[in-house]
Design a protein around this ligand. Structure first.
Ligand SMILES: [Zn+2]
Ligand SMILES: [Zn+2]
Length: 318
């Protein structure tokens, strides 16, 4: 088994990952305040225009992204891709009003229901509370079901939906086969604990396995540092461990909250936001009970996660 080295710092900003292909990484390391809301974006500079992958969350973030894009290219951003409906990927859509905004049809449907209430967002992500009232919804303008290929000169850009709910119901990835670069959206979290509060953990494991079959040398995750297949494999292994351990406890009749406290995280305890074990176990339980259509109780989840954080999460040792 490959050594599992968890980086505590990594490169942030606009980083070239292929010829005229860039990842925009917001965080530079594991933050004690947590990763929630701090996502990555991407930029693909074409012959006539550029394409952005995800628009980040609050205005200060997207203004930073737009400024970094302007420093990188003079070409206009004609296309924006939303990898899924979550606010940390779509909140900044309005800064790309002149672009065609592409997403899966399920992503657009979810987004059309509106952003979560400001008060809930402020509780979920207090670091950005001041900016949530400034959010304005801008919907995708072009949608696809499973697969879409964009041809830009010699360049081919493949958009793919796993055909099932994984991190959300409407995930999309962006793959450049010639350059072997994959923007995985939130199907990939690198060294940041994945968050499945709207996900299907079993399918997410399968979707990650499918992505590991892509001919990609570089994987840009939705959260965490730029990496490669081994990093995505670590995340898949985390989800598989959580699902396996949750199943044992579910079958033994242990409640989800108790299971989340009981599961030993081992090496994964050093990833950012380990308290996400609670929503992840809760979604596994819903999956086992065939109740995934029911939304998770967000208020209860937040209270439970705060409690786990407060307990200093001493599951670090096996
Ligand atoms: Zn997400
Ligand atoms: Zn995200």
């Amino acid at each position: 088994m490959a050594r599992h080295v968890v980086p505590s710092r990594w490169k942030s900003g606009m980083i070239e990952v292929g010829p005229k292909i860039f990842a925009y990484v917001q965080a530079s390391g594991i933050d004690p305040a947590g990763d929630t809301g701090v996502s990555n974006s991407g930029l693909i500079v074409g012959a006539e225009s550029a394409m952005a992958v995800d628009a980040l969350m609050v205005p200060s973030m997207t203004r930073g992204l737009v400024a970094a894009i302007r420093k990188t290219t003079r070409r206009p951003v004609a296309t924006l891709i939303n990898t899924h409906h979550h606010l940390d990927h779509t909140g900044g859509n309005r800064f790309f009003r002149d672009a065609t905004i592409i997403a899966t049809s399920r992503c657009r449907e979810e987004l059309a229901a509106g952003f979560p209430p400001v008060s809930m967002l402020q509780r979920f992500m207090p670091r950005f509370a001041r900016e949530f009232p400034l959010l304005k919804l801008t919907l995708p303008t072009l949608t696809f079901q499973d697969h879409l290929v964009i041809h830009d000169g010699d360049r081919e850009i493949q958009l793919w939906h796993p055909g099932m709910s994984a991190h959300t119901v409407g995930d999309a990835t962006v793959f450049l086969p010639r350059e072997r670069v994959l923007f995985a959206g939130d199907i990939a979290f690198h060294y940041v604990t994945p968050l499945a509060f709207q996900g299907h953990v079993g399918n997410w494991i399968n979707a990650a396995t499918r992505l590991l079959g892509f001919d990609a040398d570089v994987i840009v995750p939705g959260h965490g540092p730029i990496g490669a297949k081994k990093d995505l494999a670590h995340m898949r292994d985390y989800l598989a461990m959580v699902r396996r351990e949750a199943r044992k406890r579910f079958e033994a009749g242990m409640p989800a909250e108790a299971a989340a406290r009981d599961i030993k995280l081992g090496v994964y305890a050093s990833w950012s936001d380990p308290e996400r074990i609670l929503p992840n176990v809760s979604r596994c339980y819903q999956e086992f009970q065939d109740e995934l259509h029911r939304p998770i109780d967000v208020a209860r989840m937040l209270a439970g996660m705060a409690e786990l954080r407060g307990a200093r999460f001493d599951h670090a040792c096996l």
